[in-house]
Design a protein around this ligand. Structure first.
Ligand code: NAD
Ligand code: UFG
Length: 337
């Protein structure tokens, strides 16, 4: 049985991926410092899959800890989720973002090299396309970034490319996620940000639960179907399955490659609000406010390369994403166990 190290496996995308890996018969080891997640998630992954796995609590920037993990386990590949991800916070605290995202990656790569483990799946982001050169966005589109978070992703992509050039024994899949939303059908794992959410769906969920009074829609004067921003929302379970297919691929093929993980469909903020209201039978009051600085009008993927190379495509639609997000928020069991 192949052993896979999952950094940041207690987080939103990592936990859903852990479930898919365990269900597919992989042995996993999770390392996470709970900076942006909760210990309950580890128990909930076990509950959903009815499988056990090793968990190390600690920082991926800690070389001693990583050496311990690699010396105690014969690891075949790593999936690297651990990192900070809030765009606004990265503008306010750039050094914290550069330190954590780049240091964790370098520490992981150095340790992998030391232990002769050369297979990696890395979490990149559609943010590396900046204001996209063309739509739908394919992997050959020009890369550019507008904030420190995006810059960390682009630097890491560059580090991985240089690493591969230096040693062709590496197998690396760089996954550029579009907008992950939704939650596992068990209602035990999902996205549960602390404080006031930055992202659209977690914010709408809080409005639906009356924890926030209304949604601010950031601009209705974009050049889109109804003036509001358009994004490619992808169900986190589909995204998790994309990691499984990527892992299967890199275990058998050397090289470095880049894949868009999106659905190929763009929905506006207003379309999303209407769909949320319909599937969850709730009303979402909203106000149109100024554009959010740094936002782009439209972003959606051409996901055909992932289909061709990884035999992966997103299957779940917007209704399923929005229903599962709301259902997860209503289940308080994931909080207490
Ligand atoms: P998340 O914050 O829910 O998960 C990240 C996990 O990593 C958390 O559990 C956190 O505690 C842990 N972590 C952070 N730094 C760590 C460190 N130094 N050592 C150990 N653990 C650490 O985020 P997510 O949404 O699951 O995102 C996972 C990855 O995907 C991130 O790299 C993120 O940048 C990337 N990504 C996310 C999105 C998105 O919209 N969610 C989009 C594109 C890319
Ligand atoms: N929006 C609102 N009101 C809100 C929040 C968002 O109108 O309260 C709008 C935004 O203007 C945008 C859309 O909803 O048009 C989606 O916004 P999100 O903040 O949910 O997502 P972004 O597309 O801005 O960014 C997300 C992640 C980034 C990642 C990017 C691409 O936050 O880290 O997707 O993967 F890089």
């Amino acid at each position: 049985m192949k052993k896979i190290l999952v950094t940041g496996g207690a987080g939103y995308i990592g936990s859903h991926t852990a479930v898919e890996l365990l269900n597919a018969g992989y042995e996993i080891i999770i390392v996470d410092n709970f900076y942006n997640s909760k210990p309950e998630t580890i128990e909930n992954i076990k509950k959903i899959t009815n499988k056990d796995f090793l968990f190390y609590e600690g920082d991926v920037c800690d070389k001693k800890l990583l050496r311990k993990i690699f010396s105690e386990n014969e690891i075949d590949a790593a999936i690297h989720f651990a990192g900070f991800k809030a765009v606004g916070e990265s503008v306010a605290k750039p050094l914290m973002y550069y330190r954590n995202n780049i240091d964790s990656t370098l520490t992981l790569l150095e340790t992998m090299q030391e232990f002769n483990c050369q297979k990696l799946v890395f979490s990149s982001s559609a943010t590396v396309y900046g204001d996209p050169e063309r739509l739908p966005i394919d992997e050959k589109c020009r890369l550019s970034v507008t904030n420190p978070y995006g810059a960390t992703k682009l630097y890491i992509e560059g580090i991985l490319k240089d690493l591969y050039i230096s040693d062709n024994e590496w197998s690396i899949a760089i996954l550029r996620y579009f907008n992950p939303v939704g939650a596992h059908e068990s209602r035990l794992i999902g996205e549960d940000p602390n404080g006031i959410p930055n992202n659209l769906v977690p914010y709408i969920v809080k409005v639906a639960n009356k924890e926030l009074p209304y949604l601010n829609i950031f601009g209705n004067d974009y050049n889109t179907k109804d003036g509001t921003g358009v994004r490619d929302y992808i169900h986190v379970v589909d995204l998790a399955k994309g990691h499984l297919n990527s892992l299967n691929y890199i275990l058998d093929h050397k090289g470095i490659d880049y894949y868009n993980l999106g659905t190929g469909k763009g929905y506006s903020v207003l379309e999303l609000v209407k769909t949320f209201e319909k599937v969850n039978n709730v009303t979402i009051p909203y106000k149109i406010v100024d554009r959010r600085p740094g936002d782009i009008a439209v972003c959606y993927a051409n996901p055909s390369y992932a289909k061709e190379k990884l035999n992966w495509e997103a299957k779940l639609g917007l209704e399923s994403m929005l229903k599962s997000s709301y259902n997860f928020s209503k289940n308080t069991n994931h909080k207490k166990l």
